[in-house]
Design a protein around this ligand. Structure first.
Ligand SMILES: [Zn+2]
Length: 79
């Protein structure tokens, strides 16, 4: 069934993605601990935008400063 028209299925996907992102962005960031080293996880605010959408989401992604020291900004600092 790979030759189905994609638009309707994409629409459903986008809708469920929106629901997911909205739920994530309104969730209270709680203190969590790394399952590997036990450090308090930091939160990295990420912006999510859907193609063609007029709305973005700010979603804090948990990361461990010891196991995963800011992979996103690290790349930015490579000169
Ligand atoms: Zn860790």
């Amino acid at each position: 069934m790979r030759d189905l028209p994609g638009t309707e299925r994409n629409g459903e996907l986008v809708e469920s993605l929106k629901l997911f992102l909205t739920a994530q962005s309104t969730a209270v960031a709680e203190t969590r601990y790394c399952s590997d080293c036990g450090s308090i996880l930091g939160y990295l605010p990420m912006q999510f935008w859907l193609e063609g959408g007029d709305k973005g989401w700010n979603i804090p992604l948990p990361y461990c400063p010891d196991c995963h020291p800011l992979p996103v900004t690290k790349e930015t600092f490579i000169a």
